[in-house]
Design a protein around this ligand. Sequence first.
Ligand SMILES: [Zn+2]
Length: 213
Amino acid sequence: MGNYQCIICGGETASYSSSPGYFICGCCGVVFLERSRVVSPEEEKERYLKHTNGTDEPGYTGMLDEFIKVCVAPFAGEGSFILDYGSGPEPLLARFLEGRGYKTDTYDPFFAPEKKFEFEKYGAVTAVEVLEHMKDPLGEIKIIADILKPGGIFAGRTMFLPQEEKKFANWWYRFDITHITFYSPQSLAHIAEAAGMELILGEAPCFFVMVKK
Ligand SMILES: [Zn+2]
């Protein structure tokens, strides 16, 4: 059985026997879908357009409020310049942040592809429900670390892995075909370290904050 090197730390991986196509790293604990099984960018975009993260969804907007309260407001200075990375078809989080006095940019490979961030430094970068879609999380998070000012934060949300392999097999989160990489707080700590940051919050079930050293 061909196993892969971990996409985060280069460690040895083992296949998740009850979930064919998925591998877990013995070192940092990240779980990822075999890259040959990942959907095409066209299918990926189509799937995002079907997501309805509209303001009419109280669950979603409530989550964004909670995210800002727990992950952004305590760490980002007042009026900080924030990039929402992976802003989606509708830049809802950016609007929420602006409503709270922050200045924002958005980036999304499908819906806001202009890389304005290449010429900027930010006090914070946010990524809500983004890391689970990343094919090369370490590569992308290194870019994010690069565009943060020292002391700036990278804050996001992604559902943390269930502890047991058996739970993963039936986990709703993995059935979204665009979700291909899954993390524990330990995996996020590895990524932070490799990108010159430190994980300062990894709160179950889903919130994290890294700070640039
Ligand atoms: Zn690893």
